[in-house]
Design a protein around this ligand. Structure first.
Ligand SMILES: Nc1nc2c(c(=O)[nH]1)N[C@H]1C(S)=C(S)[C@@H](COP(=O)(O)O)O[C@H]1N2
Ligand SMILES: [Mo]
Length: 399
């Protein structure tokens, strides 16, 4: 595409709801980018995704127990506006701010192009990315207190092998100083406009301590160049932090000797509401579990069905998963298999031979090596973040 940005007539100046692409009038992005006609570029196969407009949820019944990693074409997508198409040849990463030697401003930023970045020593990690709003629909569905926001089931998570350059390498090359405290990566996608307010580009601060620890500037996902929807040419992967920290299409990083803020840590992605006076920004994903099974799946009576699923936690590996097939009265430990480490999920299975036809409630409860155990209910918060209670998964046993 040759157009710099594709703006559909009428798209400019219209107050947007959070659900639709906000194409603001700003053209200051470092790399020319185009906005394709649909918010998400890759094919949205109904068998793989629940379509939430500019967000796409992975269907757990499409997950194969054989695959530890999520294939790129099936990985969930969370776009605040829509996926931009960025030319790697003109793309630049610009580092600037008071936390760098000589405190360059944006006009005098230290620049890295795609080739330079790929020439630096590469590093690989395996990590899941999970949206803080994963499970949001169960605030309404299970606790009777719905919240606004994308009504994710449990499919706003995916796990990939990421290859790129350690952010610490780039920050050191850019001249990070000892007194730097925060960094702020910013995306090249369109401004996020919500209820008529323009909040600028998607960006969220990270403490320098985390930035220098295990954060990756990724250019590959499962052995392929990053797909457009997942941040091509380069994104952050911040293991052990909520998905919003992993800024896609990163174009600039401010490094500051003072704490930085953005609406993504002062307004959104924090716990607010009666149970959270003061609130606090969200960092670590909680412990959760999902069955690799359709909602309202049909299961034959008198036959052994192997129930399979996965559990994960942002803090630690999973110690144990218990399954109930009778709404929570009786519990049995599931068999855990395959990799089980922090930043990953663990697969589990349990054979089940239902003896009575009708509706049954399946429950999976995990506890991580840190001792965090999924509760029966969680306190309400206004943003509907971090629903980590045990999800009651209905199935129908057929005769
Ligand atoms: N630039 C930019 N980065 C972003 C977002 C975005 O809309 N724009 N969404 C964030 C959120 S909320 C999540 S959960 C993850 C989702 O990553 P994925 O779409 O690759 O699954 O990207 C994060 N990074
Ligand atoms: Mo998210």
């Amino acid at each position: 595409m040759s157009v710099r940005r594709f703006l559909s007539p009428g798209a400019v100046g219209v107050p947007h709801t959070a659900g639709f692409g906000a194409l603001a009038s700003d053209h200051s992005a470092a790399a020319p980018s185009t906005v394709p006609p649909a918010p998400i570029v890759k094919p949205m196969l109904p068998a793989w995704f629940v379509d939430h407009g500019n967000n796409a949820e992975m269907r757990w019944d499409s997950v194969s127990s054989r695959d530890y990693r999520t294939p790129n074409e099936r990985f969930f997508v969370r776009d605040h506006t829509s996926t931009p198409l960025i030319d790697a040849k003109t793309w630049r990463l610009r580092a600037f701010g008071s936390g760098l030697r000589d405190a360059p401003d944006l006009e005098h930023a230290i620049e890295f192009d795609y080739r330079q970045l790929r020439a630096l020593p590469s590093h690989e990690i395996e990590a899941f990315i999970e949206c803080a709003g994963n499970g949001r629909r169960y605030f309404g569905g299970q606790q009777g207190t719905p919240t606004p926001g994308t009504p994710w089931g449990l499919g706003a998570i995916g796990l990939a092998r990421w290859r790129g350059v350690q952010l610490s390498q780039v920050l050191r090359r850019a001249g990070i100083r000892d007194d730097a405290v925060d960094i702020m990566p910013q995306g090249l996608d369109a401004h996020y406009v919500c209820d008529g307010v323009d909040h600028g580009h998607v960006r969220r601060p990270l403490p320098v301590q985390k930035a220098l620890d295990d954060v990756l500037l990724a250019y590959e996902m499962n052995g392929e160049p990053l797909p457009p929807d997942h941040g091509f040419p380069v994104r952050l992967v911040v293991p052990g932090w909520v998905g919003v920290a992993s800024i896609k299409w990163v174009g600039q990083i401010e490094v500051s000797d003072r704490p930085l803020t953005s609406p993504w840590n002062t307004t959104w992605y924090r716990f607010t509401g009666p149970d959270y006076p003061g609130g606090s920004p969200l960092t670590t994903p909680t412990v959760r579990s999902a069955f690799e099974l359709a909602w309202d799946a049909r299961v034959p009576v008198g036959v052994v069905t192997t129930l399979t699923g996965r559990s994960w936690s942002g803090k630690a590996p999973i110690r144990r998963v218990d399954i109930s097939t009778d709404g929570g009265r009786n519990w049995q430990p599931a068999h855990l298999h395959g990799p089980n480490r922090r930043d990953g999920w663990v697969r589990w299975e349990l054979p089940w031979r239902p003896t009575t036809p009708g509706r049954h409630m399946l429950l999976a409860r995990a506890i991580d090596e840190d001792g965090a155990e999924q509760p029966d209910t969680v306190p309400y918060n206004d943003g509907g973040y971090m629903f980590w209670a045990v999800v009651r998964h209905p199935v129908t046993v057929t005769s």
